[in-house]
Design a binder for this molecule. Sequence first.
Ligand code: XBP
Ligand code: MG
Length: 260
Amino acid sequence: MYGFDALLLDVDGTLADTERDGHRCAFNAAFAEVGLDWDWSAALYGELLSVTGGKERIRHYIDHWRPSFEAPGDLDGFITDLHRRKTRHYLELLGQGRIPLREGVMRLLHQARDAGVRLAIATTTTPENVSTLLACSGGADIGDWFEVIAAGDVVPAKKPAPDIFRLALDELRLPARACVAIEDSAHGVRSALGADLQALLVTVNAYTRDQDFSGAALVTDGLGEPDSPVKVLQGTLEGSDHIDLAALDAIYRRVYRNGD
Ligand code: XBP
Ligand code: MG
């Protein structure tokens, strides 16, 4: 039916707008919990998103915004503990159902499942954050629809390195040219392209809208719905006004028909 066998999906910013009202709030709650007067505003957090990985983001913040900060004990241990507290707050936020999946995500996942298109995750966040987001915002069994969940610290280098997408491909036992990938950020685009995932859709969000998506086959403002057309920001959306498997197949065939 479709030229590709699997769909590889990013999580944060792609499956759901998790950053501003989810991860950022969880970081601030963890800072307050340990008595730090650090407060990451939505604007500052947008700058800090230049660093992927929560632990790496905390360290970057300390190095660049709090250079005189002295951690009680060793810094690595302090950051790990702080991030563990942050993750607990994030999971509580997810449990309250406050982070819905983005428009069109459930429709596309159902369509892929019905069509036998294999599903995989490739994300910088933790596996527990992924499974909890899917369960709380998608449905109890949605996590089981994903054959592979490549997430977090399982790879030596996080996005924009290609490691996490390469791991997902290895676990799927598929070559990149049998897959379509969906990302939301420039870091994600570099990671996916670095893993040779040329059939790449980007669905931007408020934090990533103005980033460089060179090399992506199509950039839109989301997946849309049949009654909610997407806006095309880069590339050509063929035969539909929202993203479904036929639209992804058109991207796929355009990329590989041209021998890319
Ligand atoms: C986005 C990230 C993650 C989240 C925070 O991941 O860079 O670090 O911002 O999650 P992706 P953690 O877009 O690849 O899904 O604190 O668990 O890292
Ligand atoms: Mg993302």
